[in-house]
Design a protein around this ligand. Structure first.
Ligand SMILES: [Zn+2]
Ligand SMILES: [Zn+2]
Length: 75
């Protein structure tokens, strides 16, 4: 599982799927070597040229703000 966020501090988040949920998705949250936990988080409401694939109040940039050459967070 790879963290979906751009390089950042704090908890890492990997998307498991939206599982048919409307406006929310199932995420795996972990920090360092600690055990990961399942969390249901509301979708990020931000919209640019395309919608953001992350959850509400996530750290760092929205997915549509990511610069392709930049290395994503590897958790
Ligand atoms: Zn991360
Ligand atoms: Zn976002």
């Amino acid at each position: 599982m790879q963290c979906q966020l751009s390089a950042h501090d704090g908890d890492h988040f990997g998307l498991l799927g939206d599982d048919g949920m409307y406006g929310a998705a199932l995420w795996l949250r972990w920090h360092g070597m600690s055990e990961a936990e399942l969390v249901v988080l509301p979708d990020c409401p931000a919209r640019g040229d395309e919608s953001c694939c992350l959850f509400a109040d996530h750290a760092e940039r929205h997915t549509w703000e990511d610069v392709p050459e930049e290395t994503p967070c590897t958790g």
